[in-house]
Design a protein. Structure first.
Length: 182
C-alpha cells in the first residue's frame, strides 16, 4: 500500500512540475568533451614550429576543405582551406589546434597587447608537466615570458603551480600552468 501511495504521489508531482514548466530539460549529449580550436595564422610554418617545437604539440593528420564547401558553410569567401592539425596527447579526446593560413589573403591582426584589448577568444591555457623544460624549449625559439612570468599561483588555487604567459608568432597569448620552476 505504501509503495502504491509513493507511485501515485510521484506521478502527481511529475504532472504538476510538467504543467508548471518545471520539468528538467533533456540533457544534450556530447560524444567528445573537449573542443577543437581553429586558428588563422600569418605564417603557417612559423606557427607550427612554435606549437610543436616550443610548446610540445604533435602533428596529426591534417585535412583540406575545398573552396565550394568552405563558401557554402560560411567559412571563407570561396577560398580553400589547408588545415594542419596539432594535438596534445594521443587519446581520442586530446585537444586539437587546427592551424591554417588562407592563400591569397592577409587578414589584419587585432590588438594582442593584453587579454582585454578586444573581445573574442583571447588566450589558450595549457597545463604543462615541467615549466622549466618548456621555458628552455621556448627560449631556443626566441620566445621569452611576458612581464614577470612565471608567477607563483596562490596556494589556495593550485598549490605548487605557477603561471607563465608567452605570445605565439601572431601575438596571441598562451597561458602555461605548471610546477613552479626552481
Amino acid at each position: 500500500m505504501e509503495f502504491l501511495m509513493f507511485r501515485i504521489l510521484a506521478a502527481f508531482s511529475f504532472a504538476i512540475a510538467t504543467a508548471l514548466g518545471l520539468a528538467a530539460e533533456p540533457t544534450i549529449s556530447f560524444p567528445k568533451t573537449t573542443i577543437d580550436i581553429g586558428m588563422v595564422v600569418s605564417n603557417l610554418d612559423t606557427s607550427v614550429a612554435f606549437y610543436t617545437e616550443g610548446i610540445g604539440f604533435q602533428q596529426a593528420k591534417g585535412f583540406q576543405v575545398d573552396s565550394e564547401l568552405a563558401n557554402a558553410a560560411g567559412l571563407t569567401d570561396n577560398k580553400p582551406l589547408d588545415v594542419r592539425v596539432l594535438v596534445l596527447g594521443n587519446d581520442k579526446a586530446a585537444t586539437k589546434l587546427k592551424l591554417m593560413q588562407i592563400a591569397g589573403t592577409a587578414p589584419p591582426s587585432g590588438d594582442t597587447a593584453f587579454i582585454h584589448s578586444h573581445t573574442g577568444f583571447r588566450y589558450l591555457t595549457i597545463i604543462v608537466a615541467d615549466t622549466s623544460a618548456l621555458l628552455s624549449r621556448l627560449k631556443k625559439l626566441g620566445v621569452e615570458p611576458l612581464a614577470n612570468s612565471p608567477v607563483t599561483l596562490p596556494e589556495h588555487l593550485v598549490p605548487g603551480m605557477s603561471l607563465t604567459c608567452v605570445k605565439d608568432p601572431d601575438g596571441n597569448i598562451v597561458e602555461l600552468i605548471g610546477p613552479t620552476p626552481e
